[in-house]
Write a protein that binds this ligand. Structure first.
Ligand code: NAD
Length: 399
């Protein structure tokens, strides 16, 4: 039996770092908390005292001095790349919060640093916290899509508006919902899971048309309501509707194939199955309309999860470090795909044009820099996040 203990550190002790990751780490047998790091000294000190570990106030000192095997990065997204790159240089494994980065150029820099560090540290692991991939309904949807049972896919429409955020939420961090501090709104903060899931299920489209509304329902300078249209190489079209301003929110995923329709909504997964392919029927029937009788099948999904989703992702990551084997929930190289969607939708919205994938990533980075440099937005007074806040409310329903 492998008796090694991993020295793990957390950088960023806010809502997710302090509120979620720190709490479960203690339950893991072969993991030792080797220190905590936050720019805010009081926060680092108080967490270090509570968890009986050392406090650090900047990540360079932490990476240099704390004898770390691995880190969890839980700071605002713009800082993910710099911290990950410094860790890779030292052979320290990284589990990075979503999104991997704000824009594709930064994500590609991280991956290049990872590949180059692997020449010296071949076992180096880079994982991402896309914990929604572990949720039972989504896993079942993926299984059905991959089984080919739906036949040729024609349309995927996802209305995912369960990401409600109040003005108080936006006012709870000076970096939040600003071009300079966050680099985007719902697509950058709440929807990386939705975007990752879309590409995980259907792959990337080759055309993106995006319509983003900036600060439509909140006093913010970034997008809080987005509708996107996608076209895929195989002819499938996709729609994504997301906002942080709907109550009650909706989570409805419709996947249509020639053999029927799969709908996930309100904890129900229903497959309405055609007796023959719609395409075959359409070509061969002598009827002008349809008299096809489809069968409605409610698919049972085992919804009991053994572990909290974040803990599950982290356990798989630590298991890989301990055993050198086993699959991660999401590998670092999978991170850019959700940014292709997020950046592509915004680029389309900014330019008023349909975007062909791959697109000019320098153009997007330059646009972001320009928005940050020319921002006239004045952030409201920052209301700190309560330390004991229940973060599970931030994720919406489990499907
Ligand atoms: N996987 C999920 O479901 C999930 C949920 C929430 C947040 N997140 C991600 O986690 C990250 C943090 O989000 P949050 O809501 O916890 O933010 P937050 O503002 O609550 O906390 C961020 C913390 O990082 C600290 N910090 C900032 N820059 C730092 C740096 N350079 N070095 C050290 N500490 C630094 C801040 O002082 C703060 O304590 C974001 O990228 C976000 O997208 C993921």
């Amino acid at each position: 039996m492998n008796t090694k203990t991993l020295n793990v550190g957390i950088i960023g002790l806010g809502a997710i770092g302090g509120g979620t990751h720190l709490k479960y780490l203690q339950s893991l047998d072969q993991v030792k908390l080797a220190g905590v790091c936050d720019l805010v000294k009081e926060k680092a000190d108080s967490m270090a005292e509570q968890y009986k570990t050392d406090a650090y106030y900047n990540y360079q000192d932490f990476l240099e001095q704390a004898d770390l095997d691995a880190i969890i990065i839980a700071v605002p997204h713009f800082d993910h790349p710099a911290i990950a790159i410094e860790a890779f240089k030292r052979g320290i494994h990284v589990l990075c919060e979503k999104p991997i980065a704000v824009h594709l150029n930064d994500a590609n820099r991280m991956l290049a640093a990872y590949e180059s560090a692997k020449l010296q540290y071949p076992e180096l692991v880079f994982g991402l916290m896309f914990q929604e991939r572990t949720l039972p309904y989504y896993r079942k949807v993926k299984e059905i899509v991959e089984s080919g049972e739906l036949g040729r896919l024609t349309r995927a429409t996802w209305i995912h508006t369960e990401w409600f955020r109040s003005q108080t939420y936006y006012d709870s961090g000076d970096w939040r919902a600003t071009w300079a501090g966050e680099g985007g709104g719902i697509l950058t903060n709440q929807c990386p899971h939705t975007l990752d899931m879309y590409q995980w299920l259907f792959g990337l489209p080759n055309l993106i048309s995006g319509h983003a509304h900036i600060g439509k329902y909140h006093d913010i300078e970034v997008e809080d309501e987005v509708t996107a249209y996608f076209e895929h190489d195989n002819g499938m079209i996709g729609h994504l509707i997301v906002t942080t301003a709907e109550l009650p929110g909706t989570n409805r995923m419709e996947i249509i194939g020639e053999n029927g329709k799969l709908v996930l909504e309100e904890g129900r997964l229903v497959f309405t199955k055609n007796p023959i392919s719609m395409l075959k029927y359409s070509n061969e029937t002598d009827q002008r309309f349809s008299d096809m009788k489809s069968e409605r099948i409610e698919i049972e999904v085992e919804t009991v999860q053994e572990q909290n989703a974040h803990l599950y992702v982290a356990s798989r990551f630590f298991n890989r470090l301990l055993t050198g084997a086993g699959q991660l929930v999401a590998e670092g190289w999978e991170g850019p795909s959700s940014l292709v969607l997020a950046n592509g939708i915004m680029l389309s919205s900014f330019t008023g044009q349909t975007i062909t994938v791959p697109f000019d990533t320098d153009m997007f980075e330059a646009k972001l820099k320009d928005l940050a440099a020319n921002s006239k937005f004045v952030k409201k007074q920052v209301k700190p996040v309560p330390q004991d806040e229940d973060m599970s409310k931030s994720f919406g329903s489990k499907a």
